[in-house]
Write a protein that binds this ligand. Structure first.
Ligand code: SF4
Ligand code: SF4
Length: 212
């Protein structure tokens, strides 16, 4: 924002607006409440007294420091002067445009946050559990083929075989593995391919659980 634009108040040059605090140095007890309260750096403390060294930084219409000063040492012009300027300079045309831009910014921000939440909800990792007889089905080879040239990987693969002899006799075993996205993308479409593969291999899909 240009310095000139920053100093304008809804299209009126800030210097044209007589709104700023005046300190009654006799009444000021140097408590520094105004100095620490004003977020616009209007005050400095000099010789134990508040001095409004940057009065045009005061927010038009604000009188917070004046309201809380314990000795009522701060005064402001009357609001009538501000209202008169609002009318004379027809600031509400500018205000309307500013409001429109603010609505647009807020809508954009809300849309961005909604999109970020939606992306955050997408599962980028899922656990797959499969049961059945794996012996001569070349299941691992088929899984490997499935992920070849895909932005997905299979990790933490575990095969639980009841007994070696049992496996030879084609007793059912249990396998679990995790499907992960290398680019933090939604793994849901890829899981459909895994489901189809399990089905084609004559195995039982025990569970598919998103892991976040
Ligand atoms: S709040 Fe009032 S008394 Fe305290 S420093 Fe400011 S002007 Fe002085
Ligand atoms: S009225 Fe508000 S903006 Fe102005 S000097 Fe006081 S606290 Fe700061």
């Amino acid at each position: 924002m240009s310095e000139e634009k920053k100093k304008a108040w809804h299209g009126i040059a800030r210097e044209e607006i007589p709104w700023f605090p005046t300190v009654d140095a006799e009444a000021c007890i140097g408590c520094q409440l105004c100095y620490v309260t004003c977020g616009r750096g209007v005050y400095e403390m000099r010789d134990g007294v508040a001095v409004a060294t940057d009065p045009m930084e005061c927010a038009v219409g604000c009188s917070t420091c004046g309201n809380i000063c314990p000795t009522n040492a701060l005064s402001f012009p009357t609001l009538e002067a501000v209202w008169k300027l609002e009318r004379e300079k027809q600031i509400f045309k500018t205000v309307k445009k500013e409001a429109l831009r603010k609505h647009e910014r807020e809508d954009t921000q809300k849309a961005r946050e909604a999109a970020q939440k939606a992306v955050a909800r997408l599962p980028t990792r899922a656990k797959v559990e499969v049961a059945g007889e794996f012996g001569d089905k070349h299941f691992l080879v088929r899984i490997e083929e499935l992920i070849t040239d895909q932005p997905f990987d299979v990790v933490n693969l575990k095969l639980e075989v009841p007994t070696v002899k049992g496996a030879r006799q084609k007793a059912p075993s249990y396998m679990s593995f995790e499907v992960t996205s290398e680019q933090q993308e939604d793994v849901t479409p890829f899981l459909e391919k895994v489901r189809a593969l399990v089905h084609d291999a004559g195995l039982i899909l025990v569970a598919v659980s998103p892991l976040g």
